[in-house]
Design a protein around this ligand. Structure first.
Ligand SMILES: Cc1cc2nc3c(=O)[nH]c(=O)nc-3n(C[C@H](O)[C@H](O)[C@H](O)COP(=O)(O)OP(=O)(O)OC[C@H]3O[C@@H](n4cnc5c(N)ncnc54)[C@H](O)[C@@H]3O)c2cc1C
Ligand SMILES: *[C@@H]1O[C@H](CO)[C@@H](O)[C@H](O)[C@H]1NC(C)=O
Ligand SMILES: *[C@@H]1O[C@H](CO)[C@@H](O)[C@H](O)[C@H]1NC(C)=O
Ligand SMILES: *[C@@H]1O[C@H](CO)[C@@H](O)[C@H](O)[C@H]1NC(C)=O
Ligand SMILES: *[C@@H]1O[C@H](CO)[C@@H](O)[C@H](O)[C@H]1NC(C)=O
Ligand SMILES: *[C@@H]1O[C@H](CO)[C@@H](O)[C@H](O)[C@H]1NC(C)=O
Ligand SMILES: *[C@@H]1O[C@H](CO)[C@@H](O)[C@H](O)[C@H]1NC(C)=O
Length: 543
């Protein structure tokens, strides 16, 4: 049993547990040794796997581990470390890792960009290995067919940069942070400023390659439509190792317009946000306006206020945007001087908070984990009343500038796609999605607990204003507070547990996900704290 060592069933048998843990730890060492031999046996002789293995004895271990940790909450000495990192350099290293980890009962975590908000791609409470994908960052853009092929370890910044090298009028709908890995980001949904026009990343994926539990390489045809459906929003980590995606590029005008207009409470932010809720999801698809409330120092010494940033992205020139805003959302008072016109690729830098004029190769720069953070998410289906907004502002002022929310409008293309088209179910009927974010730089468990508590308090206070039964959540804003998988092997128990978080992330799509899981990984090798368990009722895969 893989997990019995880590989770003693009762204090009464603690001695037995300690003895068992010791023998278990030894057997893990033996397993690890056998695992490495198995890796060598199963890897291509022309691509020695030894060059891909980093154990704590290799000087490279910590730098490799840490370079793709994006949240300092999981960059402490107390964070559980892997037994080894396999930074695959050849497909056979990935296949061998899957085959051998199963044979020697070692858990694996798959990591692409390393942004998982709860560190699930590189932390586990069980003895585990990290299968690192950062060497798999190939990219091929084909403008003639308006498609691209991108490997799982490539970042969004690399993808955007390569598209722009080939065309100024093509783009891909995905996130705003350039260092996100396509392996995790696409398989969890993937949204950004083009969402109202073109939907999510998963709505624009046409093929994928994965390594399954047997070490076979499958494409859309050989994995079948259920699994291909599942990895487009159900998370990759439950189904196999994603090697690459084939994506459909989308068209953008050669000039787009961006703005960031800020309004404090004294400048009628409450009224404007209230109005924003009425229009943001109904505006033309070409226009995406995010609202971002945050506490700031007021003009009066020592007095805080809330400032709401309205950050806009328009697929067109400002000469079309201004009259549109004057008709549809005059309360914001958008002026020509607030607008900047640029190419789409330059707009990706703007959204990543680079100053206007930054060279586009900044999209290729590695990012550092220089802060601690906690994310949560919510969906809003009815406008929040002004009294509600005021109570939210009060809480934001209490937490200070370390906590904020991003309100991302839905509607447009998002409402045209059915809830079951992909595992991502949050489509028509949502005005906007909230990302709750708390970010801090001070170290220490006490500080961390303080901010985690704050995040939970704010989340609780939002209950009256957000979706209910289930309280929906976005998989890419991973949040272990909303439920954790059982460590049991009993499928009924696993499924009951998975319903808690799975219904929030996937609503009615959970059942199809568990069937897809049963067809590709019936013995649940690919698992983590919030993975999809195999359907208990699938006769083809009963234990
Ligand atoms: C600063 C920041 C900004 C963000 N901005 C956005 C945004 O604009 N839009 C948005 O939608 N999301 C956003 N996110 C969330 C982000 O999309 C998710 O965290 C996503 O999972 C990151 O993918 P990754 O490959 O970088 O992470 P990883 O931590 O490597 O992976 C995340 C999950 O996917 C699994 N996984 C990774 N690679 C593979 C693979 N090759 N095969 C199978 N499973 C795999 C991991 O095991 C893990 O469970 C943001 C997150 C951060 C921290
Ligand atoms: C590796 O292969 C050798 C020779 O084929 C075999 O003797 C050995 O048992 C294998 N080891 C593992 C761990 O598979
Ligand atoms: C790690 O150390 C082992 C043992 O010395 C060696 O075989 C392996 O090649 C090293 N890994 C890397 C990536 O250098
Ligand atoms: C706020 O709204 C009031 C009443 O609608 C208006 O008179 C005032 O000019 C507005 N203030 C700002 C800064 O827009
Ligand atoms: C806000 O004011 C406090 C003191 O009242 C100060 O410590 C802090 O740095 C200020 N924050 C910003 C962003 O200016
Ligand atoms: C699994 O758990 C369910 C619910 O607790 C129980 O009814 C069932 O007997 C268990 N199955 C096995 C095989 O232990
Ligand atoms: C894995 O291999 C076994 C044995 O060959 C086979 O029965 C099973 O269907 C395969 N599983 C998958 C998911 O391909």
């Amino acid at each position: 049993m893989k997990t019995s060592c880590a989770r003693p069933p009762s204090i009464l048998i603690i001695l037995a547990t300690i003895l068992f843990s010791i023998s278990c730890a030894n057997s893990k060492q033996v397993n690890l040794h056998m695992f490495f031999r198995c890796l060598t046996n199963n890897s291509s002789p022309f691509h020695p796997v030894s060059q891909a293995i980093h154990t704590p004895n290799n000087a490279s271990f910590l730098s490799i581990l840490n370079s793709y940790i994006k949240n300092r909450r999981f960059l402490t000495s107390a964070t559980p470390k892997p037994l080894a990192i396999i930074a695959a350099k050849h497909i056979s290293h990935i296949q061998a890792t899957v085959i051998c980890a199963q044979r020697y009962e070692l858990e694996i975590r798959i990591r692409s960009g390393g942004h998982d908000d709860e560190g699930l791609s590189y932390v586990s409470n069980n003895p585990f290995l990290v299968l690192d994908m950062f060497n798999f960052r190939g990219l091929y853009i084909d403008i003639a067919s308006e498609t691209a092929w991108v490997q799982a370890g490539a970042t969004l910044g690399e993808l955007y940069y390569k598209i722009a090298e080939k065309s100024k009028v093509h783009a891909f709908p995905a996130g705003v942070c350039p260092s996100l890995g396509t392996g995790g980001h696409f398989s969890g949904g993937g949204y950004g400023t083009l969402m109202r026009k073109y939907g999510l990343s998963v709505d624009n994926i046409i093929d994928a390659q994965i390594v399954n539990v047997n070490g076979s390489i499958l494409d859309r045809r050989s994995m079948g439509e259920d699994v291909f459906w599942a990895i487009r929003g159900g998370g990759g980590a439950s189904f196999g190792v994603i090697l690459s995606w084939t994506i459909k590029l989308v068209r953008v005008p050669s000039i787009v317009t961006v703005f960031n207009v800020k309004r404090t409470l004294e400048q009628n932010a409450t009224d404007i946000v209230y109005r924003w809720q009425q229009v943001a999801d109904k505006l033309p698809k070409d226009l995406f306006i995010r609202a971002m409330p945050q506490a700031v120092n007021g003009s009066q010494e020592g007095k805080k206020t809330v400032q709401v940033s309205f950050i806009g992205h328009f697929l067109g020139k400002s000469e079309s945007l201004i009259p549109l805003m004057n008709v549809r959302f005059p309360e914001l008072g958008l002026q020509q001087g607030d607008c900047s016109e640029m190419t789409w690729i330059e707009s990706t830098l703007f959204w990543a908070d680079f100053p206007i004029g930054t060279p586009t190769n900044a999209l290729l720069w590695p990012s550092k984990a220089d802060f601690f953070f906690k994310s949560k998410s919510d969906y809003v289906k009815e406008p929040i009343p002004k009294t509600g907004l005021e109570s939210i502002w009060k809480l934001l002022i209490e937490i200070g500038e370390k906590g904020w929310m991003q309100w991302n409008p839905y509607g447009g293309r998002m409402s045209e796609i059915s809830e079951s088209e992909t595992p991502f179910p949050h489509r028509a009927g949502n005005i906007f999605k909230i990302q709750h974010f708390v970010l801090w730089v001070e170290e220490g468990t006490e500080t961390t607990n303080h901010y985690l508590k704050f995040s939970r308090t704010l989340y609780k206070a939002m209950t009256p204003y957000v979706s209910k039964s289930p309280r929906e959540a976005f998989l890419n804003y991973r949040d272990l507070d909303i439920g954790i998988a059982s460590s049991s092997n009993n499928r009924t128990i696993l499924l009951n547990n998975a319903r808690v978080y799975g219904s929030k992330y996937f609503k009615g799509n959970l059942d199809r996900l568990t069937r897809a899981k049963a067809s590709i990984d019936p013995y649940n090798f690919f698992k983590n704290e919030q993975s999809i368990p195999p359907s208990p009722s699938n006769p083809a895969s009963s234990l």
